[in-house]
Design a binder for this molecule. Structure first.
Ligand code: TXA
Ligand code: MG
Length: 319
């Protein structure tokens, strides 16, 4: 059921079952972070490999000490600046945090999501929520209750409807190595914004965020079912697909070619925030069109353009 009533979500969570929750980034598939049963269900429902750890969602920065310990000063600075918001911190875990959540690591990923419904829900329950994005492993992340419904209509009793996600891209993940911040995943907060707060360039280790400790594992992710490509020269690239049903994913300008079936323009004014917000919904629409091919164009490689390019590269990765 799609509902706005947090009491319904609360009831389900207390019974160790799962609900979909809205956040400002993407919808999450949430369970009680202190229930092994709920955690296992998340992995099963998503068909997610157990080596891929989950994020713990807390109601405020004051709950952080329940989850993590040995917190670097820089982590506090970032949390104070960006929480509630699309920043995930990877910190040393407290011993009671389940190894299932952390995939056996000594660190745990944690954030305070910025959505009124989910914050209200977190304030109604006495446990944190662990939640990956509410999509089957490897597929496009959901940015509306309807997207979640399309994936998990049968499996989920409660989908909490908080409207369209305001940011539309996952949180930015920052870890610490030798007390220095490292960017693990490009997300809704541009690397440049993080650098402004920490006062220096940030190191990056984003090679494969789906399998940080499993070299050579699949990097394909956020992927439509339709064959999808990424190019920096769209007009040249489409020539190779003459006679095919083509859909395009574009930044600001349409392509003049009447044979193209759908053109998704993410921001006609060239605003990267607007483009980010629209990206996944456009990918979902293109994927439903039963096209032969989706062709995306590369974004300017700055600010959120870097995050969008990162997602598009993973979505088009040929293995
Ligand atoms: O915006 C978001 O972060 C959304 C919403 C629902 O909060 N959640 C989300 O979760 O994107 P998920 O499971 O799709 O991505 C979690 C990422 C994974 O790439 C995982 O590898 C990384 O977090 N992660 C979790 N724990 C980690 C850890 N201890 N060390 C390094 N990476 C970690
Ligand atoms: Mg995900």
């Amino acid at each position: 059921m799609i509902t706005k009533e947090i009491s319904k979500a609360k009831e389900v969570l207390i019974n160790n079952q799962l609900v979909a929750i809205p956040t400002e980034t993407v919808y999450g598939l949430a369970g009680n972070a202190y229930s092994e049963m709920a955690i296992k269900k998340i992995f099963e429902l998503k068909k997610r490999p157990y080596f891929n750890p989950l994020i713990v969602h807390i109601k405020s920065i004051s709950s952080l000490f329940e989850i993590a310990t040995d917190i670097p000063e820089t982590a506090y600075m970032l949390a104070e600046k960006f929480w509630p918001g699309p920043l995930t911190l990877v910190l040393k875990k407290r011993s009671h945090i389940s190894d299932l959540i952390t995939a056996g690591k000594e660190t745990v990923a944690v954030r305070v999501p910025n959505h009124p419904l989910t914050l209200a829900l977190l304030n109604e329950i006495d446990f944190p929520l662990t939640a990956p994005s509410a999509n089957p492993f490897g597929s496009i992340s959901p940015t509306s209750a309807q997207h979640v419904f399309n994936y998990f209509e049968k499996e989920l009793d409660v989908i909490l409807d908080g409207g369209e996600c305001e940011k539309g891209l996952e949180s930015t993940i920052i870890g610490f190595e030798n007390n220095k911040p490292i960017l693990y995943r490009h997300g809704s907060i541009a690397a440049e914004e993080i650098e402004q707060v920490i006062g220096s360039k940030i190191g990056m280790k984003t090679v494969d965020d789906q399998a940080p400790n499993a070299p050579g594992m699949l990097t394909r992710h956020y992927a439509p079912m339709t064959d999808t490509y990424l190019t920096d020269n769209i007009t040249e690239f489409i020539k190779d697909f003459e006679g095919k049903k083509i859909g395009l994913l574009l930044f600001k300008d349409a392509v003049t070619d009447h044979t193209i079936i759908r053109q998704e323009i993410l921001s006609s004014s060239g605003d990267l925030h607007e483009a980010a917000k629209n990206l996944y919904a456009a990918m979902h629409r293109l994927d439903q069109d039963k096209l032969d091919v989706i062709i995306a164009e590369k974004f300017p490689n700055e600010g959120l353009g870097k995050t969008i390019n990162d997602k598009l590269e993973r979505a088009t990765k040929k293995e």
